[in-house]
Design a protein around this ligand. Structure first.
Ligand code: M6R
Length: 353
């Protein structure tokens, strides 16, 4: 099937994204830096990519670039001349995103895009775009194109941080080394022993209700992991920030509820501590926990029922590794349930209405 083939290409599409000429990245950085305000937009998975991008821009470059779902963007923000909209879309044909761009244009904003299909309406309508070059994505679900978009946004955030003097030369070089190591780490997840994820999926495929939690950039990851899971398994999955759980949703936690939580590494001590706090709240109510974390971390306390580890990585590429694991988890659960992984019911590759 194409879904697993395309997940297996994550490492390769990152190599391609890392080979995009610096001049193309710089053009986007200048569009951001030269604007009064930049808004990141997309819808569905592409919105969650934008949201993770917002954390990257803020955490690395100290820049506030709000991410908005393109279907609601025209109702939420009144743009004007001097503003810039950076849209994310693998197809370049998504109606909601095209509509948000056209309304933004009417109001005087400049437009740019990160696209995987360059012979598309969006490519023709924006002022400039970055071509992901991730190759055709046949499966209706976005997998490799998502990973490629995240890497491009991370490159933009790193360059913006450099331009703004927000990271030292040494920090920039560490970030670049971490990015350079990402393709091999993604390959290692696929070629290595991901049998643990397959077994987890097989043993839990009867579960119909899931929560997916994370904090910081892992919040965007949790939303995307839940979307991927429900699209292909037809099981209910709710993604949210781990901090939001106690503000109502916690009443649903009992011994029949399973929660996936994406933990950051020990290089993000506060974020990790807050995530462990959410695990303690779930555990105290006998909720079942599946935790994802890098392999160089100590055992989380409280202990989850299942712990899935990934190669160690820097704090900004770790969520990309965990995203690949979440894609595999959705894939194996769907297979265990006998779903059509490449063409889930009711979904289309491009949503043009
Ligand atoms: O082509 P786009 O990236 O603009 O598509 C946006 C969404 O329709 C898309 O991401 C959708 O959520 C996918 N089914 C995700 O797998």
């Amino acid at each position: 099937d194409f879904m697993s083939k395309e997940i297996s290409e994550n490492g390769q599409v990152v190599r391609t994204a890392l080979a995009i000429p610096e001049a193309d990245i710089d053009q986007m950085v200048q569009a951001i830096d030269g604007s009064e305000r930049t808004v990141l937009t997309g819808v569905g998975t592409s919105y969650y990519v934008a949201l993770m991008g917002q954390y990257m821009m803020s955490g690395l470059a100290n820049e506030f670039l709000p991410a908005m779902s393109s279907d609601e963007m025209p109702h939420m923000v009144s743009l004007r001349k001097g503003d810039h909209v950076l849209s994310i879309s693998q197809s370049g044909e998504t109606y909601d995103t095209l509509r948000a761009l056209r309304i933004s244009r009417q109001r005087g904003a400049t437009l740019s895009s990160i696209l995987n299909v360059t012979a598309s309406s969006m490519a023709r309508e924006v002022d400039h775009f970055i071509d992901q070059g991730a190759g055709p994505e046949i499966c209706v679900l976005s997998t490799k194109s998502t990973v490629s978009q995240l890497v491009i946004l991370l490159r933009i955030a790193i360059r913006l941080a450099q331009l703004k003097g927000q990271q030292s030369d040494e920090q920039i070089s560490t970030l670049e080394q971490d990015l350079a190591a990402l393709p091999d780490r993604l390959d290692a997840i696929f070629t290595g022993d991901h049998g643990q994820i397959r077994d987890l999926a097989r043993h839990h495929s009867v579960m119909r209700n899931w929560f997916f939690l994370g904090r910081g950039i892992h919040h965007g990851l949790a939303l995307e992991a839940a979307l991927k899971f429900k699209e292909v398994t037809y099981c209910h999955a709710e993604g949210m920030s781990a901090g939001a759980l106690k503000h109502g949703t916690i009443s649903l936690i009992d011994d029949a509820m399973h929660t996936v939580i994406f933990l950051p590494g020990t290089d993000s001590p506060q974020l990790r501590q807050h995530s462990l706090g959410a695990m303690a709240e779930i555990s105290a109510r006998n909720g079942k926990l599946v935790a994802f974390q890098p392999q160089d971390c100590p055992q989380p306390e409280p202990r989850p029922e299942t712990l899935i580890e990934c190669p160690s990585a820097g704090r900004w590429t770790l969520p990309i590794l965990q995203l690949m694991q979440a894609q595999l988890f959705a894939y194996y659960t769907a297979r265990a349930l006998g779903r059509d992984v490449d063409k889930p019911r009711s979904l289309a590759k491009s949503v043009t209405v």
